[in-house]
Design a protein around this ligand. Structure first.
Ligand code: F3S
Length: 63
């Protein structure tokens, strides 16, 4: 599984990197979140999905 952030939707609230910094980070240029391009390991799936659920604009997809 990998994380995906829809940059069009992201409002840069910063929640996802605070929930799952191993997968999400803020892009300092755009002020929006990006998902690191790596396979989400088993132990991080819970927090990555938590970020997906908590995102206020549903910009995150984990698949
Ligand atoms: Fe953006 Fe949602 Fe993360 S608004 S910063 S993708 S929690």
């Amino acid at each position: 599984m990998k994380g995906l952030v829809d940059e069009e939707l992201c409002i840069g609230c910063g929640l996802c990197p605070s929930i799952c910094p191993e997968i999400f980070k803020m892009d300092s240029e755009t002020g929006k979140a990006v998902a690191k391009d790596k396979e989400i390991s088993e132990d991080l799936i819970g927090s990555a999905k938590e970020a997906e659920e908590q995102c206020p604009v549903e910009a995150i997809d984990i698949k």
